[in-house]
Design a protein around this ligand. Structure first.
Ligand SMILES: *Cc1c(COP(=O)(O)O)cnc(C)c1O
Length: 404
C-alpha cells in the first residue's frame, strides 16, 4: 500500500534536482490530444511531450501492445534476444536504408552509439588520425558528455571539465565553411536534417547535397540525428527520405516509442561489422516492453494514410497560424516541415516565446518553444482537425491577452 501523499508542484523544489523548471500545473491524464491536470482543467496538446507522443496519449494500439507484452515478459538481458526486439528491428530496417539496428533507451544514447561506431570504423579502416567529428552550431544531440559536446551550444557542455576531443562546430547551411574545413582527417559529420531545438532551421538543398558529396570525397561518415524528425514527424517516415540523399548512420528516439522510452541507431551491414561482441551495449536497450510498444507505434505511423495525414495537418496549422498572424502581427515566419513547425517571432516580439507558451497554457493549450524567439508545434501526428481548430482558437485568445 502506498501512503496517501500530498503531491503538489511545491514538492518538486523539495525533492527534485533543480535542472528543470516545470510549470505549476501537473497533468494526470491524457487521451488523444487532450490532457487534464490535477484540478480537472483541460488542455489541447500541441506539444506531444517534445515531439514524442506521435499518436497522442494512450492510443489504443499502444495500450494494447503494452498490456499484451506486460503479461508475457518484461525484461531479458542482452545475453538473450527477444521477439519484440527482432520484429521491431526487421520492420525498421524494411522502412529505411539500414540493414542493422542497435537499441538504446533515449536519443542521446542512440547518438552516443552512432558517434562511437563512427570513431571505431574510422580507427579500424583508416587509422587513429581520422577522428574529427564535424557538427553544427545550434545543433542538439542529447546530454551525455560526448553528445552534448558534439551539440552546438557551449552553454550546455561547458563547466563539466575536459570535453571529449576533436569536435569542430561550423555554421549550419554554410557550404563554403564546410568545404574549407573538411579534410581526410574528418571521421564523420553529425547533423539534424532539420534543426529542432536550435529554432526549426531547415537545411538548404545545396547544403544537404554538399554534405553528402564532401563526406564521400573524404571518406567521412554522414550521421543524421533524426531523434526529433524521425518516425513520420516531417511527413516522410524519416526526414532524409524527402531530401534526396542517404546517411550512413541514423539515430531515432522520441516518437519511436510514442511515450515509452526507446532509442535506436540504424546503419549498414558494412559499418555494423565494426561493433563486434563486447564493443558496446546497454542493459535496457532492446527491452521487450519498449520494443513491443514501438512496434505498435511504427505500424500505425508508417501507414501511407498516416504520413499523408501529416502533410494535410501541416497545411491546417500553417493556414491557421497565418490567419492569426494577420490579426496580431507577431510572427516573421512560419517554418519547418510536417508537424515540426516553428512560428518565429518578429523584431517587436524578440525574446518572448516563453510568454506565448505561458499565455497559451492559461488558455488551456500546450505549445513549446525552440529558443527564445520561436514558438514550436509538435503535436500528435493523428491529432483531429477539430482539436487543431480549437487549439488555434486558444492560441488566438492567448495572443489577444498578450497584445492587450
Ligand atoms: C531530443 C533530442 C535528442 C536527445 O534525446 P533524449 O531522448 O533526450 O536523450 C537528441 N537529438 C535531437 C535532435 C533531439 O531533438
Amino acid at each position: 500500500m502506498t501512503v496517501e501523499m500530498n503531491v503538489q508542484r511545491a514538492l518538486f523544489d523539495e525533492v527534485m534536482v533543480p535542472c528543470y523548471s516545470p510549470m505549476e500545473m501537473i497533468p494526470v491524464k491524457g487521451e488523444g490530444s487532450r490532457v487534464w491536470d490535477q484540478n480537472g482543467k483541460e488542455y489541447i496538446d500541441f506539444a506531444g511531450g517534445i515531439a514524442v507522443s506521435c499518436l497522442g496519449h494512450c492510443h489504443p494500439a499502444m495500450v494494447a501492445a503494452l498490456n499484451e507484452q506486460s503479461q508475457k515478459i518484461w525484461h531479458l538481458s542482452n545475453v538473450m534476444t527477444n521477439e519484440p526486439a527482432l520484429r521491431l528491428a526487421k520492420k525498421l530496417t524494411d522502412l529505411c536504408f539500414a540493414d542493422k539496428v542497435f537499441f538504446a533507451n533515449s536519443g542521446a544514447e542512440a547518438n552516443e552509439a552512432a558517434l562511437k561506431l563512427a570513431r571505431r570504423y574510422a580507427a579500424d579502416v583508416y587509422g587513429a588520425e581520422k577522428s574529427e567529428i564535424i557538427a553544427f552550431k545550434q545543433g542538439f544531440h542529447g546530454r551525455t558528455f560526448f553528445t552534448v559536446t558534439v551539440g552546438g551550444q557551449e552553454a550546455y557542455s561547458d563547466g563539466f571539465g575536459p570535453k571529449p576531443g576533436d569536435v569542430t562546430h561550423l555554421e549550419y547551411n554554410d557550404v563554403d565553411a564546410l568545404r574549407a574545413h573538411i579534410s581526410d582527417r574528418t571521421c564523420a559529420i553529425m547533423m539534424e536534417p532539420l534543426q529542432g531545438e536550435g529554432g526549426i532551421i531547415a537545411p538548404t538543398d545545396e547544403f544537404i547535397q554538399t554534405v553528402r558529396e564532401l563526406c564521400d570525397k573524404h571518406n567521412a561518415l554522414l550521421i543524421f540525428d533524426e531523434v526529433q524528425t524521425g518516425n513520420g514527424r516531417t511527413g516522410e517516415f524519416y526526414a532524409y527520405q524527402g531530401l534526396g540523399i542517404t546517411p550512413d548512420i541514423l539515430s531515432t528516439a522520441k516518437s519511436l516509442g510514442g511515450g515509452f522510452p526507446i532509442g535506436a541507431m540504424l546503419t549498414t551491414n558494412e559499418l555494423a561489422e565494426h561493433l563486434k561482441v563486447g564493443t558496446h551495449g546497454s542493459t535496457y536497450g532492446g527491452n521487450p516492453l519498449a520494443c513491443a510498444v514501438a512496434e505498435a507505434v511504427i505500424d500505425v505511423v508508417s501507414e501511407p494514410q498516416t504520413l499523408a495525414g501529416v502533410k494535410e495537418r501541416e497545411v491546417l496549422f500553417r493556414t491557421g497560424l497565418e490567419k492569426i498572424n494577420a490579426k496580431y502581427q507577431i510572427f516573421s515566419e512560419i517554418r519547418g516541415k510536417g508537424l515540426l513547425l516553428g512560428a518565429a517571432l518578429n523584431e517587436k516580439w524578440q525574446g518572448r516565446a516563453r510568454d506565448v507558451l505561458v499565455a497559451a497554457g492559461e488558455q488551456g493549450l500546450m505549445v513549446l518553444v525552440a529558443g527564445a524567439n520561436v514558438v514550436r508545434f509538435t503535436p500528435s501526428l493523428v491529432i483531429s482537425k477539430q482539436d487543431i481548430e480549437q487549439g488555434l482558437e486558444k492560441l488566438d485568445k492567448a495572443l489577444a491577452s498578450l497584445t492587450n
